[in-house]
Design a protein. Structure first.
Length: 352
């Protein structure tokens, strides 16, 4: 009896398994967002961001908008890294032009008031969004597109929870880590356990890979980075290996600099996102051969477009040729970016 014919693996998943696919798969951080007129049309009809992120039909629609327009190789769930503190019971609001606002969490009472037992129930709409996206990708003939779930890594999520929002240097967070290490470790443990549960549920709903965003890891000293970024990420990777074996994990320790190689080796991630400041040739020389690299075009080059964008994109492609890689940005698309620039970038990548 002949073996059944199997569909070829998705390009994204082949790279995450360590295969150097060329031209590389492409998707872009914040590819679903304010630069798209179709996103702005959906957003105009919703009261606030949380309502959008917790209405599965709308969140799925927004997730798919850049896939329909550009045929990206991956869709990433439309959500936010602060859905975890929101689900843990910390207040969260988004004010136009200001970013997220949370009640600052600065003491043991605040940590004790978190409610991890409510997490999965409160985030049920997010899991329904993942299920809907998987169904819609198939029904719309986009079945070759990978689906990435995501969460914030514990240190970066803690930054927002402790500061009460964004910050230039996250001084209150760093101060707690130095002055109250046990309390800080307890908070990271709560976030870490919540993140394992959250990502495992996204995978059960249909996510084929997951990404951990550690956007503010670069504010830490080397010792603190190893303690609060590397170790916390290792715990999550280990937890996911147990609950969801075989599902690849992409880590993004933004601004990690020279510590990125230590991060990859110690955490066990399958791929690492690289910020714009990373020299790809140096990174390659320090990496284990099967770890995929993701990045790292400057979002401002995408905003500029034209020959400047093309030159920078081709430079990234040439530096990653022959390596398992995913073409992406070094940070998210800025809202002023003309959609046509994104289309041209995808064409350049596809041409190899």
């Amino acid at each position: 009896m002949s073996e059944p014919i199997r569909a070829p693996a998705k390009r994204l998943l082949r790279v995450l398994a360590g295969e150097p696919v060329w031209p590389p798969p492409v998707w872009l951080m914040r590819q679903a967002g304010r630069y798209l007129p179709e996103y702005r049309a959906v957003r105009a009809g919703v009261n606030d961001f949380i309502a959008l992120a917790t209405t599965p039909e709308l969140a799925a629609e927004v997730t798919l908008q850049p896939i329909r327009r550009y045929r990206m190789d991956a869709a990433i769930l439309f959500s936010d890294i602060l859905m975890v503190p929101w689900a843990l019971g910390q207040g969260l609001a988004y004010h136009e032009g200001e970013g997220p606002v949370l009640p600052p969490l600065r003491d043991a009472a605040g940590v004790a008031a978190l409610q991890p037992e409510r997490l999965i129930d409160r985030l049920a709409p997010v899991f329904e969004t993942v299920r809907l996206v998987r169904q819609m990708l198939q029904s719309e003939g986009l079945g070759a597109t990978g689906l990435i779930g995501f969460a914030g890594a514990p240190f970066t999520v803690a930054c927002y929870m402790i500061e009460g929002g964004g910050s230039r240097d996250f001084a209150a967070t760093r101060l707690m880590a130095f002055k109250e290490p046990e309390l800080f470790a307890r908070l990271l443990d709560i976030i870490g356990a919540a993140t394992i549960a959250y990502l495992s549920a996204q995978i059960a709903a249909g996510a084929e890979a997951v990404m951990l965003f550690d956007s503010w890891s670069g504010v830490l000293s080397a010792g603190q980075f190893r303690a609060h970024v590397i170790q916390a990420t290792r715990n999550i990777v280990d937890g996911l290996r147990q609950s969801c074996p075989g599902v690849p994990v992409i880590g993004f320790p933004r601004l990690a600099g020279m510590l990125v190689a230590d991060y990859v080796r110690a955490t066990g991630v399958d791929a690492v996102g690289l910020d714009t400041g990373m020299d790809l040739a140096l990174v390659r020389s320090a990496m284990p051969s099967r770890v995929a690299l993701q990045g790292n075009l400057d979002p401002i080059a995408l905003l500029a477009g034209g020959s400047a964008m093309a030159q920078e994109a081709l430079s990234v492609l040439e530096a990653m040729r022959g390596w398992p890689c995913i073409f992406n940005l070094g940070h998210g698309i800025v809202p002023q970016t003309p959609p046509d620039h994104v289309g041209r970038l995808v064409e350049l990548v596809r041409a190899g």
